[in-house]
Design a protein around this ligand. Sequence first.
Ligand SMILES: Cc1cc2nc3c(=O)[nH]c(=O)nc-3n(C[C@H](O)[C@H](O)[C@H](O)COP(=O)(O)OP(=O)(O)OC[C@H]3O[C@@H](n4cnc5c(N)ncnc54)[C@H](O)[C@@H]3O)c2cc1C
Length: 408
Amino acid sequence: MRTEHLAAEIAIIGGGPAGLMAADILSAHGHKITVYDQMPSMGRKFLLAGRGGLNLTHSEELAPFLNRYGSAKMHLENILTRFNAQDLRAWCHDLGYPTFIGSSGRIFPQCFKASPVLRTWLNRLARQGVQMRARHTWLGFSDKGALIFSSQDGTFETSPNATLLALGGASWPRMGSDGAWTKILAAEGIEILPLRPSNCGFNVNWSAYFRQKFQGQPLKRIGLKFGDTCIHAEAVITLKGIEGSGIYAISAKLREAVIGQSPQVLYVDLRPDLEIALLVQKLTVKKQGASLSNHLRKSAGLSPVAIALLREANPGLSNNAQKLAEAIKNVPVLITSPFGLERAISTAGGVKFSELDENLMLIRKPDVFIAGEMLDWEAPTGGYLLQASFATGVQAAKGILNRLPTAK
Ligand SMILES: Cc1cc2nc3c(=O)[nH]c(=O)nc-3n(C[C@H](O)[C@H](O)[C@H](O)COP(=O)(O)OP(=O)(O)OC[C@H]3O[C@@H](n4cnc5c(N)ncnc54)[C@H](O)[C@@H]3O)c2cc1C
């Protein structure tokens, strides 16, 4: 019997980077794509990610790049090799936005922002016939396996040939990804690791004086030491604790330790560039009559916020050069808990890879695929999050293409 080659109807739920990338590939192959999103417009979190500069991916070699995904590397290695940073750059260039490598190795579009990229991308998808259905919330599956949506016009069901779920994690839920899908998929018997904040700040019980006077102030060129991790970094004091790029970089380890055996001590080195002996030497000569703060500022080169942090952690700070140097190199900060998901940059946990085949199709629900931050992986900031979201969107789209007859 001859197979008739018809354009398949594919529902993509979630109009973020993962869903839109899949829509791009599948519509280019002539399939009828409808993208549903519960927000009034597509790509809200993508726009937020690109507010201060859209860090699309990273120029690092593939091997260290893959290590950024920790234990999920084994599941993402093939996917990120098949659609790597070069491919993402080429895709962005093809859209009309060449990219550049910044001084830190991070890759940005030359236009820098996400909004022009998204606008052009949505126009291309419209030209490829993709239907966009904003303000449509996916509620789950009917008994017969149809997708149930609620919209302004009421609730309805639809039964496409294939479905891609690209519903995101649960950070910044105001942008649309609220993690409500965890209940729906758990009810279908799919194993999901609890969604937890990743690339997040942490709560610290600062004194009222320190928190009020120094909230929002950056600690620049510091060292952060936690367990066997030791990095040169930056952090920011907040009303409730501490955040910033350095804290995000160690957030996975810190979070797991705090959740397991709260609280934990994080050590801050206020002069990671100076050996302790040199610091002692600098602190030995104290100008007569100089206050301790002035001495720390002039001799150890500490900023006002660094001095305040040192004093916050060491109430009876001595004038002894050796003791001062030791305190500067090891300021203990008691971390009590991670900030909530509502302010985290990304989400850890999600659909376990053991629930999926190599094309990211749910083994228990054939023709339903998963991509993006819904999956159980986490990575630091630096472009790794978007790269994996795009790459899993590509993988799922190719998986869908493999399952469907070719479109006319
Ligand atoms: C402040 C901030 C800055 C960031 N900066 C960077 C960066 O510089 N570089 C980087 O690599 N990454 C960055 N990220 C992370 C990056 O934005 C995400 O990893 C990426 O957007 C995830 O893509 P996704 O397609 O999986 O999900 P999302 O982008 O979250 O999209 C999921 C979509 O699904 C929709 N949805 C959810 N549930 C339903 C439902 N039931 N029905 C219908 N629709 C639903 C949502 O409305 C949403 O539009 C940043 C994130 C934040 C919050």
